[in-house]
Design a protein around this ligand. Structure first.
Ligand SMILES: C[S@@+](CC[C@H](N)C(=O)[O-])C[C@H]1O[C@@H](n2cnc3c(N)ncnc32)[C@H](O)[C@@H]1O
Length: 267
C-alpha cells in the first residue's frame, strides 16, 4: 500500500490497521442504503443526543479572524451549512457579532432544536431543513447574496460523489469576494485509524455504528475540489489539535484540515 499526501507518519501498526479495514468493505447495497437514509440517520442521532453531543465551538473567532471583520454600515450575511443544533452559531451570537445568520441542516429535528435555543430569534436567524447537495437551497437563499459561508465538520458526512456539487452550490450562494470557512477531519486522523473491518465504504470514507458517515480529507484533494468549484484558496492546511475529556481520562491527538477560500471578484 502506498500512502502519499498526508501529514502524519504512520507506524507499522497503523499501516496494518488501515490494511485490515480492506478485509471487509461495506457492501454496495448497504452503501446505497446509507446514502438513501442519510437524513434519517442524522435525525435519529439528534433524537438520541438532542443538544448534548457536540460542545459549543468557542474557538471559531480565534481560528477564523474573518468572523471579526464586521461591517460598520450593514449586517453581513453568514450562512452556517449543516448547523446541527447550533454549536457554531450561538457562541457567535453570544459574542454580539453583528451577523444576519442563515442556517440549515439535513435533520429536521436539529432545526427544531435550534429554534428552541434561548438565544434563537427569528429576526436574527433564519433556519431551515435542507440537503445542501440538492438545489433546494436556492429556494431559501438567493444566489450571490452571502458574505461568509461556514462548513464545519459537514462535508465529511456527505458522499464523496457529491463534494463537487456541494462546493459549487456554496460558490454560487456567495457574493463575489465572499468567503468560505471550512474545518473537517484530516487524513489519518485517529478516528480514521480506529475503524475496524466492516466499516469502510470507499477510500477514506467510513460508516459509524449509528449509520452516519465520515470522510477524511487530504489538503491536496481539498484544494483541487475548491479550485474546481471556482474558489481562490487563501489558506488550506492541516491543523493538529487534541481532544481532551478529563472526566473520561481522554487526551488524544487529532488531525483536521482548515481552509479559507474566496469567490473571486468579478463573478
Ligand atoms: C458533525 S455535525 C456539525 C454541526 C455543526 N456544523 C457544528 O459545527 O457543530 C454534521 C452536521 O451535518 C449535517 N448534514 C449532513 N449531511 C448534510 C447535507 N447533505 N445537507 C445539510 N446538512 C447535512 C448533519 O445533519 C449534522 O448536523
Amino acid at each position: 500500500m502506498e500512502f502519499v499526501d498526508f501529514d502524519k507518519t504512520l507506524t507499522d501498526e497503523e499501516c496494518k490497521r488501515l490494511s485490515a479495514q480492506n478485509d471487509r468493505i461495506v457492501s454496495e447495497h448497504q452503501a446505497n442504503m446509507l446514502e438513501v437514509k442519510a437524513k434519517k440517520h442524522w435525525d435519529l442521532f439528534y433524537k438520541r443526543n438532542e443538544s448534548r453531543f457536540f460542545k459549543d465551538r468557542h474557538w471559531t473567532t480565534r481560528e477564523f479572524q474573518e468572523l471579526l471583520n464586521q461591517s460598520e454600515t450593514t449586517k453581513l450575511i453568514l450562512f452556517e451549512v449543516g448547523c446541527g443544533v447550533g454549536n457554531f452559531i450561538f457562541p457567535l451570537i453570544e459574542e454580539n457579532l453583528n451577523f444576519k445568520v442563515i442556517a440549515c441542516d439535513l435533520s429536521p429535528r436539529a432545526v427544531e432544536i435550534v429554534k428552541k435555543h434561548p438565544n434563537y430569534s427569528q429576526e436574527q436567524i433564519k433556519v431551515f431543513q435542507c440537503d445542501i447537495t440538492t438545489d433546494h437551497v436556492f429556494e431559501e437563499v438567493e444566489a450571490g447574496s452571502v458574505d461568509i459561508i461556514t462548513l464545519i465538520f459537514v462535508l465529511s458526512a456527505i458522499h464523496p460523489d457529491k463534494f463537487s456539487t456541494t462546493l459549487k452550490h456554496l460558490f454560487n450562494l456567495l457574493k463575489p469576494g465572499g468567503i468560505l470557512l471550512f474545518r473537517d477531519y484530516g487524513l489519518y486522523d485517529m478516528a480514521q485509524l480506529r475503524f475496524k473491518p466492516g466499516n469502510k465504504i470507499a477510500e477514506n470514507f467510513y460508516m459509524r455504528q449509528d449509520g452516519t458517515r465520515s470522510y477524511y480529507f487530504s489538503i491536496d484533494e481539498f484544494s483541487n475540489l475548491l479550485e474546481e468549484a471556482g474558489f481562490e484558496i487563501i489558506v488550506n492546511t492541516y491543523v493538529h489539535r487534541r481532544t481532551i475529556n478529563i472526566k473520561e481520562n481522554i487526551d488524544v491527538p487529532r488531525i483536521f484540515i482548515q481552509s479559507k477560500a474566496r469567490k473571486p471578484l468579478g463573478w
